[in-house]
Design a protein around this ligand. Sequence first.
Ligand code: MN
Length: 136
Amino acid sequence: MAARILIAEDHPDSLLLMSYLLEAHGYAVLTAVDGEVALALTRKHRPDLIVCDLQMPRLDGYEVARQLKRDPELKHIPLIAVTAYAMLGDREKVLAAGFDGYFSKPIDTEHFVSELGLHLLPALRARPRRGVYAGG
Ligand code: MN
């Protein structure tokens, strides 16, 4: 079963680019255009990894991180920030908010998928097996 990645991003071009890259590498992609939808889809579908824009309507990425990381059932999901603000010090703020990693926009298309893969490996190992033949 393909690993499932939720992308929360309100900017259409950026959402399309990230979706394209991940689908081209065989991932199943869910998309959300604001933080509230991102939380709802996470609770419903339990993705294996979440890529989350920081500046979004309704709920921003920081609030999404706060809510996910205080939920015992969701806090293990790797949560990766993307932000247009490549400012010095932003990275520390992002990690302090509970994010597990950080990308700045514009997305580096050569490294985006492989770096997400590094965050996915431990999550996939920990995932309960589903649909595995267990007969004798
Ligand atoms: Mn945004």
